[in-house]
Each structure stands twice: as structure tokens, then as C-alpha cells.
Design a protein around this ligand. Structure first.
Ligand code: NAD
Length: 273
């Protein structure tokens, strides 16, 4: 199934061991990143959310030669405790971590942010989509005895208002700020920490956002390149940041969105001038 994508093969990750969190299905960004890392020789453990997903995730893991599949709910301390004990046992240490996890209540991913955001919904989005990265970083750092690299996934809704993205945009802003603070703390240990800000892609998470498909269409229409964000582009950026190619880059938010983030006006508007 990784054959759907054109991932370059090589040895950039040979000898490196890491953790990938957030594969739900074949469309998950975490799956694309993991497939690229596997094509470059990485050894991985994956965590997945809840037993109900295992049936779908296990064949994907086996298809990429991933031997360690561990259940982990990032909102549950006991689940995090046992997952990280297992990761330490099966891998012995970590060179890289991919955090590709987010959640917000569907009811809050539509309409008016100010009217629809509840205290519980706000805190849930913050907990699962932002705090969990801090927790993962704290638990992973002691396993990175020789330094390492961590990434998380973010979106432009952290920096600008994207209709319906609402509470998730606020959580992504916290995630991006957390990336910088974690990068500062772990820098002296030789651990780099970055975020990839991907353009809209057709995944389960996007389906939960009201008008999610419109986000893809607008991302394409307003992007400098007039094209969709590709899994190859996102996975390639992840490979750069997680391999030694990313040496000296930390605390960065890397946009991989065909140039959507930097446009101030669409070319069509210009032409109408
Ligand atoms: P996805 O639904 O495939 O992945 C989201 C993952 O989060 C799933 O594997 C889900 O099981 C996991 N998750 C949710 N709650 C969890 C919990 N409590 N504990 C553990 N895992 C939990 O969708 P995706 O689009 O691949 O999302 C991955 C990341 O990329 C997210 O952070 C998302 O916000 C981000 N992102 C997505 C897009 C997009 O357009 N799809 C764009 C930019 C950034």
C-alpha cells in the first residue's frame, strides 16, 4: 500500500529507532511519514488509539515491517505510562518521535468560535492536540541518550483565522508555542524539536471539520503552486527533520502547503483589479 506513494528509498534512517504516534488508516499523515521513514531504513514502534483501531492499523504496520504496535491514549496517564514502558522495553532507546495526533469535538469545529466553544471542548482540544506533545517530549527525552529529533503536525489555523477550524486553531497555536519551548529545553541534550505545518489533506481528521473538503479546494486555489499538498512533500519534510539532514534546525514551523500560507491575495483577485 505504500506503493501508492513515490517515496525515495535509501539509508538516511538506517540504524535509527523511533516512535510514530497517530496512524489510524492508510490516509493518515503518520502513515505516509512512517512509510517514507521505512523506505530509508528506520526501525519503528507505532502507537495507536484504542483497540477498535488495531484491526485496521496492524496490517499497515506489518506491510512496512513494523514489529511493535502499542495501544496508547494520550489523554490517559496510565495508558501513557504503560505505552512508554513498553517502548523503552522493545526499542531500548529512541532517535526520533513523530507526534501526529489531534482531536476536538465535532460540534465545535463549525460556525462561530466565540459562541460554540465550551470549556470542556476547549480543554479537550488543548489536552489531546497540544499538551500531549509536551507529555510525549518529556517521556521521550530520557530515551534519547544520543540526542534525537521530534516532530509534531500543525496547520495554518494556528496563525490565521480559518473558518470552522475554531478551537483546533487555538490548540495548534499552543502546540506551535510548545514546540519552541520544548526545543529550548531539550536543545542542550542534542534533541531537535520542530513542527510541520501541512496544507489541508484528505484524512479522517479533516472529515471532522465542517467544510473540510472546501479547505482542500481553497488550499489549492489560493496556493502559490495551485496544487494540493502531497503526502510525498509532507513525508519528505519529515525525513529531512528526523534524519541527520536536519542537523542545526530546531524550534521551527516548516510550512508544507504548496505556498498557501504566504499568499496575501489570490492571482484571480489581482486579474480582476
Ligand atoms: P488522522 O485522523 O488520520 O490522525 C489523527 C490521529 O490522532 C488518529 O490516529 C487518532 O487515532 C489520533 N488520536 C486522536 N485522539 C487521540 C488520543 N486521545 N490518543 C492517541 N491518539 C489519538 O488525521 P491526520 O490528518 O493524519 O492528522 C494527523 C495530524 O496532522 C493532526 O495533528 C492534524 O491536526 C494534523 N494536520 C492535518 C491536516 C489535514 O488536512 N489532514 C493538515 C495539517 C495538520
Amino acid at each position: 500500500m505504500a506503493d501508492d506513494y513515490a517515496f525515495p528509498t535509501g539509508d538516511l534512517m538506517r540504524g535509527k529507532k523511533g516512535l510514530v504516534m497517530g496512524v489510524a488508516n492508510h490516509n493518515s499523515i503518520a502513515y505516509g511519514i512512517a512509510a517514507q521513514l521505512a523506505a530509508q531504513g528506520a526501525e519503528m514502534a507505532w502507537t495507536y488509539m484504542g483497540e477498535s483501531l488495531e484491526r485496521r492499523v496492524r496490517p499497515l504496520a506489518e506491510g512496512l515491517g513494523v514489529k511493535h504496535l502499542i495501544a496508547c491514549d494520550v489523554a490517559d496517564d496510565a495508558s501513557m505510562d504503560s505505552a512508554f514502558a513498553e517502548i523503552s522495553k522493545v526499542l531500548g532507546g529512541l532517535d526520533f518521535v513523530v507526534h501526529s495526533i489531534a482531536f476536538a469535538n465535532k460540534d465545535e469545529l463549525k460556525g462561530s468560535f466565540v459562541d460554540n466553544t465550551t470549556r470542556d471542548g476547549f480543554l479537550t482540544a488543548m489536552n489531546i492536540s497540544a499538551y500531549s506533545f509536551v507529555d510525549v517530549a518529556r517521556r521521550s527525552a530520557p530515551l534519547m541518550a544520543n540526542g534525537g529529533s521530534m516532530i509534531c503536525m500543525t496547520y495554518l489555523g494556528a496563525e490565521r483565522v480559518i473558518p470552522n477550524y475554531n478551537t483546533m486553531g487555538v490548540a495548534k497555536a499552543a502546540l506551535e508555542a510548545s514546540t519552541r519551548y520544548i526545543a529550548r529545553d531539550l536543545g542542550p541534550k542534542g534533541i531537535r524539536v520542530n513542527a510541520i505545518s501541512a496544507g489541508a489533506m484528505r484524512t479522517l481528521s479533516l472529515a471532522g471539520i465542517s467544510g473540510g473538503r472546501g479547505m482542500i479546494a481553497q488550499g489549492r486555489a489560493f496556493s502559490a503552486m495551485k496544487e494540493d499538498t502531497s503526502m510525498e512533500g509532507v513525508a519528505g519534510a519529515a525525513l529531512w527533520l528526523l534524519s541527520d539532514l536536519g542537523k542545526s534546525t530546531t524550534g521551527e514551523i516548516v510550512h508544507v502547503d504548496a505556498g498557501f500560507h504566504m499568499m496575501g491575495m489570490s492571482a484571480d483577485d489581482e486579474a480582476e483589479g
